[in-house]
Design a protein around this ligand. Structure first.
Ligand SMILES: Nc1ncnc2c1ncn2[C@@H]1O[C@H](COP(=O)(O)OP(=O)(O)OP(=O)(O)O)[C@@H](O)[C@H]1O
Ligand SMILES: [Mg+2]
Length: 300
């Protein structure tokens, strides 16, 4: 039985249908990546998973239960690190831990927070404020804060998109390592096919919007851990990338409508501006059909 499931889900904003007839079944412990164009509706899809918005039609279920609203069983990491600026790294993570585990003692909550700060390699920055951190470090705090809530499903909405290439690949490796250790169910949204293939068990393209929908997923059987440096030369990786990119291009192509019509040129002959304006020889604008034939003598 699938763990997280979307059945015939669609969502509109005003008169625009953003997502149309989305069907998806995710198994427990699976890492699924959804790859889509910018503005296609990826965040809308994540918000549906998180229960932040409700579908207009269809259902979203987690472990057989219909989702009625947001809950700590689904941890969402946003595109832009959303930290509280007046709290330190440690305090940002602890705040979430305090909310989710009110039954634990203060000592247990501190220990739990420390474990997750260490997991994302931020122990040395634990007393720093978000303004004193780099983008990559801030995104790590977001990941630590979400993981510390022990969600059943981790929802990653382009968590690496705001980072430079090097930081991006470091944090990507960290996400892969953490997933291998925890084996929680992960849904990652990205616009980078390589990133999706490097991380996921299954990559699913989202067509271009409006009325975006998911097309057939591509299973990724590459052994883990996956090292980008070696994968670039790996035939299976290249084949997966080819499949994902081809599928995305096909999914993005809009059906073209062609019409044929006669092109009617304007019935006008422009004014002759090569002759001075006040000259009596200057020809004004004329209608093409009024042009008279004239005979010109050619002197050899
Ligand atoms: N709350 C809202 N009200 C009205 N329209 C919205 C709302 N949220 C999203 N949209 C529209 O829905 C479409 C999809 O938005 P969404 O943020 O889901 O796309 P996305 O794929 O996450 O984009 P990006 O790649 O920029 O993150 C866009 O056209 C957007 O303008
Ligand atoms: Mg988005």
């Amino acid at each position: 039985m699938s763990f997280l499931e979307l059945n015939q889900v669609s969502k509109s904003y005003g008169s625009t249908e953003v997502l149309s007839n989305i069907n998806l079944r995710i198994s427990e412990g699976e890492f699924v990546a959804i790859v889509g164009y910018s503005g296609a509706g990826k965040t809308t899809l994540m918000s549906l998973f998180a229960g932040l918005i409700q579908p207009d039609t269809g259902t979203v279920t987690l472990a057989g239960q219909r989702m009625a609203g947001p809950g700590p069983d689904r941890g969402l990491v946003f595109q832009n690190y959303s930290l509280l600026p007046w709290l330190t790294v440690f305090e940002n993570v602890k705040l979430a831990v305090d909310q989710v585990f009110p039954g634990k003692t203060e000592m247990e909550r501190i220990k739990h927070t420390e474990k997750f700060v260490a997991m994302v390699n931020l122990r040395s920055a634990r007393e720093k404020l978000p303004s004193e951190l780099s983008g990559g470090m801030r995104q790590r705090v977001s990941v630590a804060r979400t993981l510390a809530m022990n969600p059943k499903v981790l929802l990653l909405d382009e968590p690496l998109s705001a980072l430079d290439a090097l930081t991006r690949s470091t944090l990507r490796d960290e996400i892969a390592r953490i997933w291998q250790e925890s084996r929680m169910t992960v849904v990652l949204v990205t616009n980078d096919p390589d990133e999706a293939i490097l991380l996921a068990d299954r990559v699913i393209p989202l067509t271009r919007g409006p009325s975006a929908t998911l097309v057939s997923g591509i299973d990724i059987h590459l052994p883990r851990p996956r090292d980008r440096r070696f994968l670039n030369e790996n035939a299976e990786f290249k084949m997966c990338r080819n499949q994902v990119v081809t599928s995305l291009l096909a999914a993005g192509a809009k059906p073209k409508t062609t019409i044929t019509r006669d092109l009617v040129l304007p019935d006008i002959q422009p004014e002759d501006i090569s002759t001075p304006r006040l000259s009596s020889n200057r020809r004004g604008p004329t209608r093409a059909r009024e042009r008279r034939r004239e005979e010109v003598e050619i002197i050899p």
